[in-house]
Design a protein around this ligand. Sequence first.
Ligand code: SF4
Ligand code: SF4
Length: 127
Amino acid sequence: MGMLNLVLTNVTHKPATRLYPFEIRAPFKEFKGRIAFAPENCILCGLCQKKCPPDAITVTKADKTWEINLFRCIMCTECVAGCPKNCLSVSNERVKTGAKETVKVLVPVVDKPKADKAAPSKAASSK
Ligand code: SF4
Ligand code: SF4
């Protein structure tokens, strides 16, 4: 009778598990999934590479590339805190099953014009 109860319970209830990988639970908001890189403001200074404990980041100034090894990254977020241009952030999107080990991004470094030297102000010149 006990066995019959168990079978009937399992037949009439929803499964306790998900049908992964067809059904994937949405990540929690605070979940540290992967490091996201926005290359627009990157100046290829290499600080993120220097701060990364497991050497997961490689910045190559000559090739204008920024590269991360997703399998080495331990999500310590040292690179995020150390980037002077706020190019790095923590995404709650997890690394997909079967993803490539490394992600290489071409950085569109734009030479910004140097600030003009202190030009005389209109107010000062009109007096
Ligand atoms: S991501 Fe930030 S710290 Fe890394 S090279 Fe670019 S500007 Fe520098
Ligand atoms: S989160 Fe930590 S381990 Fe991952 S790339 Fe940044 S510094 Fe390296």
